[in-house]
Design a protein around this ligand. Structure first.
Ligand code: SF4
Length: 206
């Protein structure tokens, strides 16, 4: 089922029975980024804080395993699912292996999702942990850094368990989500999902 179909099929939430959304903590302004910041504001997600028929469950998997501040890490030799299946590693930018800690972080995030019965997840793309659509292919600090289509380790863990993830840049899907939450919301007809963005099309579909 596509992200948009999934969202259309979500129940209509109420104040008494709010929609349970698992969110990457940094997307809600929590300063859990590698340098102790929140990577800037993402209005497409911050708006979720305004609704009383939404229950946000925030979690930062890297903070759970490695604390804040911490070093940057990326996946080498595959994507998040390859890490879970032992074919790829998570390495700090200095080369130290963080694979085990990242897998533990993903297991904790899955536990949080299950305990809270998350109905959808909104997560920070590109992250080696929270990525859901595109991540770096190896070290992002390399001169010839590359991207790959794939999930981070936590994205893969949640998806494998049946949870649906959209990213903060899936503007069309987010518009549908806001319409589901707020019937008065007017859908922006120009909103595009990640795979329709110029950069994505140019980079992956040449
Ligand atoms: S691990 Fe996820 S929640 Fe934490 S800072 Fe990175 S993208 Fe945000």
């Amino acid at each position: 089922m596509t992200d948009k179909e999934y969202i259309k099929n979500l129940r209509v939430p109420t104040k008494e029975e709010p929609l349970r959304i698992l969110v990457s903590s940094c997307l809600t302004g929590i300063k859990c980024g590698i340098n102790g910041d929140n990577y800037g504001d993402y209005p497409s997600v911050l708006k979720l804080l305004n609704y009383d028929n939404v229950k946000l469950i925030t979690f930062c998997p890297e903070n759970f395993s490695f604390g804040t501040p911490r070093e940057m890490c990326d996946i080498h030799g595959g994507s998040g699912i390859d890490v879970l299946e032992g074919r790829a590693k998570v390495l700090k930018s200095t080369g130290v292996d963080w694979t085990e800690g990242m897998i533990k972080a993903s297991e904790k995030m899955l536990e949080v999702a299950r305990n809270n019965k998350a109905e959808i997840c909104v997560m920070m793309d590109i992250s080696a942990a929270c990525g859901s659509h595109v991540i770096y292919d190896g070290n992002r600090y390399d001169e010839n850094k590359k991207y790959q289509i794939g999930m981070g380790v936590c994205g893969a863990q949640l998806t494998r368990a049946g949870f649906k993830i959209i990213s903060q840049r899936e503007f069309e899907s987010l518009e549908l989500l806001y319409k589901k939450i707020d019937n008065e919301h007017t859908i922006d007809p120009n909103a595009k999902d990640f795979d329709q963005h110029e950069w994505y099309v140019g980079y992956f579909k040449k």
